[in-house]
Design a protein around this ligand. Structure first.
Ligand code: SAM
Length: 229
């Protein structure tokens, strides 16, 4: 349990990361002395993960790992074969916050309210391109597909990866999605991956081809006024 005088690190998703110190810790409030800027805020890829709710442990794992992989927002989507019927959004947000702190991101992923697949498609802003993990039907290998998108598609920087549930997409859902001009069906190889594995594999390839995979973890700035170690 933290006490007055303990050092903490603050970020707000806009202004960067600051060193700070707890000045007063009371039951209902904390006073903090904000110190020097440690890291500048930097732009991160605008990539959403649209996922069919999975069983509890798999969702917790998926949200934690996808947060580490830089997802900007989680969009739960109920599809025909989605097994889970309920989703604890507060728990998802808590898991995402903890993972963001651990991975030293300076942003928290948004947790969007769940939609049916039909609602998602009906309300989708077509300037955000969707990468559809298609376990069946026509699809390009993900590496080739994203490399082609990188050279062809310049006007968008808004992306989404969508993955089906444990029971997979219904064929009609794959057909519906694959017909949309802003959707690119991709294959993840010859094996059928678990839904969480597929989502994370697709996100890792996305970051390395279209995201920030080439960046390196930034060394904290030495606090202003102190010499580097
Ligand atoms: N219905 C599938 C089957 O044949 O057993 C299982 C679906 S899989 C467990 C869950 C989701 O992961 C799929 O809906 C798809 O989005 C993605 N996925 C799994 N393996 C994939 C692959 N090899 N290529 C593309 N997507 C894949």
């Amino acid at each position: 349990r933290r006490e007055a005088g303990d050092p903490v690190i603050l970020f707000n998703g806009r202004d960067g990361e600051f060193g700070a110190r707890l000045a007063d810790v009371a039951k209902k409030h904390v006073m903090i002395e904000v110190g020097a800027l440690r890291r500048h805020q930097r732009a991160t890829p605008d990539v959403w993960l649209c996922f069919a709710p999975l069983k509890k442990d798999a969702v917790d794992f998926l949200v934690e790992k996808a947060t580490e992989l830089g997802v900007a927002a989680f969009q739960p989507v109920f599809t025909k074969h989605t097994a889970a019927t309920r989703l604890n959004l507060e728990r998802l947000a808590a898991n995402a916050t903890e993972a963001a702190e651990q991975t030293e991101r300076l942003t928290l992923p948004a947790i969007r309210p769940p939609l049916s697949l039909e609602e998602l498609v009906a309300g989708w802003d077509g300037t955000r391109r969707i990468i559809l993990c298609a376990e069946a039907g026509p699809a390009q290998p993900i590496g080739e597909a994203l490399s082609a998108l990188k050279s062809d598609v310049r006007e968008t920087n808004a992306w989404a990866v969508i993955c089906g549930p444990e029971g997979g997409f219904a064929r009609s859902e794959l057909d519906l999605l694959s017909k949309l001009p802003f959707v690119t069906p991709v294959g993840l190889g010859p094996r059928i991956l678990r839904a969480d594995t597929a989502a994370l594999a697709a996100l890792a390839v996305f970051q390395s081809i279209l995201g920030d995979g080439a960046d390196r973890p930034p060394a904290p700035l030495t606090p202003i006024g102190q010499s580097p170690e």
